[in-house]
Unconditional design. Structure first.
Lengths: 695, 150
């Protein structure tokens, strides 16, 4: 299947420029490194490995390697990172299915810039639609090459041979392992463009690293050590944008064994133990010059006016005529919807272990963009990129929050001065304050609808939160949608689902308002306004499982929402109650269609997880800030979903084995908030238009 | 205050040389290289650092090493319990960073209450955060492990 050009949303543009070259290791060197065997280089298809630009299609490039060694070991090298979305397993599954070998026979080397080809990063739910088909083609190319080798070796008709359970058999010959066929040879092939690949088998497979995780043996960046390693800490300014006005390094005798580093605005320490580093940090005295903070640049109602005032005109997407649509409308409505800044709060905070050796830098760090971090490091220290190696251990989650390399740069800076490896693990307060946030936003919608339920006009302005999911699958006769970038008072960036959460919240709550205005059932109203079969199918599937329909009394408090983003179609039904003036979500049914299902159980896990995470943004989470400071940088002050917040969750997988697989880590997050808001209106007539929602 | 010279971890006395006020988590991870317990918040709010002290679950990030001295400390590395298999069978993890703490907390519950109700599980586990949102699967895993004990 050909890959569609990849469109990247503007919010992703915090990433640094790509390197000037693409091959971390020369192809010949790479074969030398691996020894004999069969090497397949993937170099077909439009991939994410190229130069990025707003709305720009990305060119084809080399994406990964697959190698079958003389001992039969299958190694695949990819720049993708494992952050809990389970691609270590799903990519291994793809290769094992094509090679007809056990999944355990596959070794996936992920995100080590010295071993893997350039990759733009792991985000945008791109691994399953773009990398997995590449892995399949590479594995299928290897399979065909192995069959060629076997036919030649046995001098038999190739058509009589078959591969099963990692062995080639047929034509009366004893089964041969892959390694036996490649022994004594060095074969290099480029992925075959016309090789036939199978659809995903759609079977559940356990997470490959699960045993290590449940025994505490799985190593994340904070768990690593190096000989002679020191522990680092960084002195933080009292407010965003503050600059160092005065700093005097303390008397060396008072801090024995501690390296103090001061370069421009950066002050940090490295010490033999984490405790000594913390103690040393507390003894440092610095004066900071704070920047004035403009009025409105604080959490609270004034924030949204501030965003609107600082917004740029943006780019409009126009379909039909809004004016004609308004003229044809029987009822007109307006609504304003807001979403707060929220934090990713990955349970593993930013961490990095940096080591300099003879002018070469190696950094282990949890990031979604290993090559971007390599560029940041090279640029920060004025060294060539081939002198920097970034290795990404499996990471304690990210959710779009680890696209930057500040912690890696800080650790490397400390290590450089200390002359020893330095590990830096950000504190929770640092993670909450000095990372970046999901953008806050204001969304204003004006619409017109006929008495028969047909939406004739739709004008939507999104201030600051982003363009993802701004356009819908609804067949509104006239519509104008505009994303207005604004001056964000906080550092903002990617987040699971990006602005699709905000845009779906606004649109699906407004749709509910329109349905009520024309006295139609909200499901019927949506179906009246959408012809897209896949969206209709998920809406119907969720409604059927939920038991949506006439006969539901107001006391039940039910709501529905649907949408489309990143190739996935979603519909969510929610049932709510109010207990002690607080919203309680009792039951959620979510139907999801992401094309062909790869691993049903892990897909359900992602959808359930997205629903759970969405509860936080819907009901509790918001960054409170003012005067250049985050005011709630702790889990005791920033409420995230817990066991007791969980509703009964049911997932309906709408499998489309006839269609390419889309990614599933993000889109399932968008339906929960509007479904809950609509359910509250159904329950008690209160229309909640701001996230987080409170009664 | 004298320094702490020994703690007993997973049944084995381990010599250390630690300031009595430093967190047990720091000693386990940095002095003894037992990295299964994780740092997540430093204020006992997330449960990623959970270990057992004489069978009771505690947050090792806010437990001083002095408070742990003389007691039986059990970390995830010392746990061999059907709950670990149940986590795998139920797919009760995504990134896995919270999993050590979840399992140690779950084992503490099952040791005390071999057949907990759903409400008892939620109540006991509510101090452990899974940011990936695998809560329903963790509840199912604890229920499954409880049944296997029947």
């Amino acid at each position: 299947m050909p890959d569609a050009p990849v469109q990247i949303e503007p919010e992703r543009y915090e990433l640094t420029a790509p390197p000037a070259y693409r091959f971390a290791v020369d192809r010949r060197d790479f074969i030398g490194l691996l020894g004999g065997g069969l090497l397949i280089a993937f170099s077909a298809g439009a991939q994410e490995s190229g130069r990025r630009g707003r709305g720009q299609a990305l060119p084809a490039d080399l994406d990964a390697w697959l190698h079958i060694a003389e001992d039969g070991a299958v190694t695949i090298c990819t720049g993708k990172t494992e952050v809990g979305q389970n691609i270590r397993t799903s990519l291994s599954q793809a290769a094992a299915e094509e090679l007809h070998c056990p999944i355990a026979a596959i070794k996936l080397v992920m995100a080590d810039t010295a071993l893997v080809p350039y990759d733009m990063g792991t985000f945008g739910s791109r691994t399953t639609p773009t990398m997995a088909p590449q892995v399949r083609r590479a594995a299928a190319t290897a399979r065909e090459a192995l069959l060629d080798l076997a036919a030649e070796k046995l001098q038999v008709d190739r058509a009589k041979l078959s591969i099963a359970d990692g062995k080639i058999a047929g034509a009366g010959a004893a089964p041969m392992g892959f390694g036996e066929l490649t022994k004594g040879q060095k074969i290099s092939k480029t992925i075959a463009r016309d090789v036939s690949v199978a659809r995903p088998l759609g079977q559940s497979a356990s997470k490959l690293e699960a045993r290590d995780i449940v025994t505490g043996n799985h190593k994340y960046t904070p768990d690593l050590t190096r000989p002679g390693m020191l522990h680092g800490r960084v002195l933080r300014p009292p407010a965003f944008g503050a600059t160092l006005a005065n700093f005097e390094a303390p008397d060396a005798s008072s801090l024995s064994g501690v390296t103090v580093v001061h370069e421009k605005n950066f002050v940090g320490v490295a010490a033999p133990t984490a405790q000594t580093a913390a103690d040393a940090l507390s003894k440092l005295k610095a004066e900071w010059k704070r920047e004035p903070v403009p009025p409105g640049a604080a959490s609270g109602p004034g924030l949204y006016e501030y965003l609107k005032q600082t917004a740029s005109p943006g780019e409009r997407d126009i379909q039909g005529s809004v004016e004609d649509g308004m003229a044809a409308a029987d009822i007109k409505l307006q609504g304003a919807y807001t979403v707060a800044y929220i934090a990713h709060a990955p349970l593993e905070p930013r961490a990095a272990l940096a080591e300099w050796d003879d002018g070469k830098l190696t950094v282990w760090t949890g990031t979604q963009v290993p090559f971007g971090v390599r560029s940041e490091l090279a640029s920060a220290f004025g060294v060539a990129e081939d002198r920097v190696r970034v290795i990404v251990p499996d990471t304690g989650s990210a959710y779009g929050g680890k696209h930057s390399g500040e912690c890696a740069v800080e650790a490397a800076r400390l290590a450089k001065s200390a002359g020893k490896p330095v590990k830096l693990v950000w504190t929770r307060e640092e993670e909450f304050t000095w990372s970046y946030f999901r953008p806050a936003g204001l969304i204003e919608i004006s619409s017109g609808v006929r008495h028969d339920g047909a939406v004739t006009a739709w004008e939507c302005h999104n201030y600051n939160s982003g363009g993802s999911g701004l356009l819908s699958k609804y067949d509104f006769a006239g519509q104008r949608n505009t994303f207005h970038p604004a001056k964000s008072p906080l550092r903002q960036g990617s987040y699971r689902g990006l602005a699709a959460t905000a845009n779906h919240f606004a649109r699906e709550v407004h749709m509910d308002e329109l349905a009520r205005a024309v006295k139609m059932d909200p499901l019927e109203f949506r179906l009246k306004n959408v012809k897209d079969e896949r969206l209709r199918a998920v809406l119907q599937a969720a409604a059927d499982r939920f038991g949506w329909g006439p006969g539901k009394s107001k006391a039940e408090g039910i709501g529905i929402a649907g949408g489309f983003e990143k190739g996935g179609y979603i519909a969510t039904c929610a049932q709510v109650a109010v207990e002690n003036s607080r919203i309680r979500i009792l039951r959620v049914v979510e139907a999801f269609d992401c094309g062909a299902v790869v691993n049903p159980d892990q897909l359900k896990n992602q959808i359930q997880g997205a629903i759970s995470m969405a509860i936080g943004g819907a009901l509790f989470e918001q960054i409170r800030f003012g005067d250049g400071q985050v005011l709630n940088p702790r889990f005791s002050q920033y409420r995230v979903p817990r066991f007791s917040d969980m509703p009964e969750i049911e997932v309906v997988l709408v499998d489309r084995p006839d269609l390419p697989s889309a990614g599933a880590g993000e889109t399932p997050i968008v339906g929960l908030a509007p479904a809950v808001s609509n359910a509250i209106f159904h329950l008690n007539g209160t229309r909640l238009r701001s996230l987080p929602m409170a009664l | 205050m004298p320094r702490v010279a020994q703690i007993t971890v997973n049944g084995t006395p381990r010599p250390i040389d630690a300031d009595p006020d430093i967190p047990l988590l720091t000693v386990l991870r940095d002095h003894l290289s037992l990295t299964g317990a994780k740092y997540g918040c430093g204020e006992g709010q997330c449960g990623a650092c959970t270990v057992l002290l004489d069978g009771q679950s505690v947050r090792s990030c806010i437990t001083s090493v002095r408070a742990a001295a003389g007691k039986q400390i059990t970390t995830i590395e010392g746990i061999h319990h059907p709950l670990q298999d149940a986590f795998i069978e139920e797919g009760a993890m995504q990134c896995g960073y919270c999993t050590s703490g979840m399992i140690v907390s779950g084992v503490a519950l099952l040791n005390k209450t071999p057949h907990p109700s759903r409400d008892e599980i939620v109540h006991h586990m509510n101090g452990n955060i899974c940011r990936c949102g695998t809560y329903p699967r963790i509840v199912a895993a604890i229920q499954k492990a409880a049944q296997s004990h029947a």
